[in-house]
Design a protein around this ligand. Structure first.
Ligand code: 13P
Ligand code: SF4
Length: 370
């Protein structure tokens, strides 16, 4: 995880209103040189300044289309900014307003661990293994996948990418999110006993040779701690309270929660599903709280609540705030680029292969995992 040095003290003295006015002014000053991208989990104060909002897939597509902008300020987390840097040419500078905005799931897989896993599994399975990484991973992991015949996916196209990977080889290692991997493979008809968790902290992933032989999908032992807060007990409670509620969750939730839900899909899928539902419909949504709050505010004609009674907050996304956004823009106006996210050339060369395979397998509408 990167470390964000403290901002100059003057930013702490500003009110929210003063910061909003200054951000709007800086945007005007920078004009078409600047594009601000905002992920759906961003706080309300910040996302209102985004030129484009989206899920990871949509933001990667928009990032890749940027030809004229000089600066992309990415209001999201580190892996998203890295992907934007990989997908744009060197002229475009990608900036993350707070360097500490990482993703704990992405940090659960590092290259050394993957190389070790690969050596063991290829030895056991033969050359038939395809590495697939969720886009919530480091550029180095993406590069490994690109360089070994694999690809990236997002929760919007995980199924299309897994189908693609089974046309390349018989077995897949899916990282770093075991839940997205399991939920997607299960939806494709792969039974649970043909999947096994690979634990990078144990010798040989904790797997025996016979277990490797009978498995088709190796699920990296990683997860999202935010989506891990949703439980089957909450699903049962909602159904008991009011059977009219439909349960709609992100596929980073556990398999058990996804099985109890009515629908599961990416943040873009969640937004679209609720927007397209009839007035009066009731939704219990299992994803980050800022998105759920926004849906509630946008559609007062529907009953929308979080699946959990507690606040499921992505604390790293939350690090991007008005202060950091304003500081970044102030510096750009002054001719200084701060917090630039740069992926080295060698890593980029291979990571782009994995990301382009991801972008080549996109359906026009976000697809449900369940
Ligand atoms: P989406 O691709 O659905 O936006 O999800 C990204 C993410 O990090 C969810 O936790
Ligand atoms: Fe990472 Fe989870 Fe936050 Fe998404 S919600 S950015 S997976 S920690």
């Amino acid at each position: 995880m990167l470390f964000q040095p403290p901002l100059p003290p003057k930013y702490s003295a500003l009110t929210d209103e003063e910061m909003c006015q200054a951000i709007a002014l800086r945007k005007q000053e920078l004009g078409s040189r600047l594009v601000i991208l905002g992920h759906h989990y961003q706080q309300h104060d910040v996302i209102r300044f985004a030129d484009f909002t989206g899920d990871s897939l949509k933001l990667s597509q928009i990032g890749a289309q940027q030809r004229d902008a000089e600066f992309i300020v990415f209001c999201g987390v580190h892996f998203m900014a890295e992907s934007a840097d990989i997908l744009t040419d060197d002229r475009v500078k990608v900036i993350l307003p707070d360097l500490s905005a990482g993703c704990s799931m992405a940090d659960m897989a590092d290259l050394d661990q993957l190389e070790e896993a690969w050596a063991f599994l290829v030895e056991e399975c033969g050359a038939d293994l395809v590495p697939i990484t969720y886009v919530n991973s480091s550029a180095a992991i993406k590069a490994f996948c690109g360089g070994h015949g694999g690809a990236c996916c997002t929760s919007s196209n995980a199924r299309a990418i897994l189908e693609w990977s089974f046309r390349q080889g018989e077995k897949v290692i899916f990282l770093p999110d075991q839940h997205l991997g399991r939920n997607t493979a299960f939806a494709m008809g792969i039974p649970l006993d043909a999947m096994v968790v690979y634990d990078p902290r144990r010798a040989h992933g904790g797997l025996s040779a016979p277990r490797v032989a009978v498995s088709r999908v190796f699920l990296w032992k990683g997860h999202c701690s935010v989506h891990g807060l949703f439980t089957t007990a909450q699903c049962d409670e909602i159904r008991r309270l009011d059977p009219e509620f439909k349960i709609l969750v992100h596929p980073e939730c556990t398999w058990e929660v996804v099985q109890k839900a009515d629908l599961a899909g990416s943040t873009e899928f969640i937004i679209r599903t609720v927007r397209e539902s009839a007035p009066g419909s009731k939704w219990a949504v299992g994803t980050e709280i800022h998105l759920v709050d926004r849906l509630m505010n946008e559609m007062p004609d529907k009953t929308i609540r979080s699946l959990a009674g507690i606040q499921c907050l992505c604390t790293t996304m939350y690090r991007i705030d008005l202060k950091h956004l304003l500081w970044t823009l102030d510096e750009l106006v002054a001719g200084r680029v701060v917090n630039q996210i740069r992926v080295d050339r060698e890593t980029k060369k291979l990571a782009v292969i994995a990301l382009e395979r991801m972008l080549a397998n996109v359906s026009p509408r976000p697809v449900a995992i369940r």
